[in-house]
Design a protein around this ligand. Sequence first.
Ligand code: GCU
Length: 422
Amino acid sequence: MSLFALTGAVLAQVPDWPDEEREGVVVNYTEAKVGRFTLPDPLRLNDGRPVTDAETWFAQRRPEILRLFETHQFGKAPAAPDGITFDVTDAGTPAFDGKALRRQVTVYLSGSKNGPAMDLLIYLPAAARGPVPLLLHVGFTANNTLVRDPGVKRGAIWNRDGVREPAPDSSRFGQLRVLPFVEAGIGVATVYYGDIEPDFAAGLPHGIRQTFLRPGEQLAPDAWGAIAAWAWGLSRAMDYVETDAGIDAERVALIGVSRLGKTVLWTAAQDPRFAAVIASCSGEGGAALSRRNYGETIKLITLPQRFGYQFAGNYARYGDDPGQSPVDAHMLVSLVAPRPVLLQTGTTDKWSDPVGEFEAAVAAEPVFELLGEKGLGTTTMPPAQTPIFHTIGYYMHEGGHGTQPDDWDQYLAFLQQHLLRD
Ligand code: GCU
């Protein structure tokens, strides 16, 4: 194994906080107590040989890293079902004062109309003269609650008791930002993650994963967790997009927040059809280095009473010593190369470890460079509110977890730079 160690070149822009205890585990928020570690080298094959050209990366190293993430972190998802079907229930209705055309599509995820179905809501710029780039969002709540558009089909959400009920008209998750994107010539689409797989430990019998299990069969330790299921569903949305003449399927970016930030990274890693990805506060299991003992850790995230179900069973094996894992977050970021990836964090989102996301971006850079793309180009962490937008982008807002209203301006600028250039 080759050694790739980050030195102390990263200037912490994030204040230390007192430790806290969660589930009997001490959570560290002091930079000096993060610990020393060595990252696996993304540019060295499992057998130790260095990767010095793009061909070896794509033919050998990239598939190796993908397999490692499947086996040890997210779990292996099945191939797309044969004969996946789509129902276009709304082919193009004017919306947003006529500036957008709305499409609504039901995606039958198992290929059968009796199986799980996902509602895909799409707004395309009404003024478009040809196929447009698209930002595909995966959300925490039903599509109709994310936009003020009475024409959108009311979805069904999972309530706290794990039962599906009709979605309300609005939610605490805020609104999807549609207008600035369509005005810039970029379509916006969204799906509700609960249409694919519920987000609770006992959800397995109700989602897409169980349709692939034989009666009585258990999930294997390397079988897909909920994040891999959500990622699989996003690939099914892409299956539809490839059939839509109004969208340029080669310019589709993904966006998701938090556990859905982890999800969009894993989606883009596996499915090269996606052209770019924006991961907001993806944290542990996403873009934050697991080897840093700071904020949430593998130990905490994989606890059965917390989020173990979101990952392959194997992931919990690294809870006591993340250094034993053959992967870390920089390798997840590197799987997106040479496509653009924006990591957005927040100064007070200490649970998600914004410094750990910055360091992962730095450590992924050699892969982007090998493929002729520019990484962050610095090992010094930028201050809050100061984006770095190369093929790897990093932007830390002043504030806490998730997407803040102004972040959408940064997302748009990043996509304009990467999806609208010739
Ligand atoms: C929890 C979890 C995080 C996750 C977050 C979210 O805080 O520990 O890993 O990112 O929920 O999805 O909001």
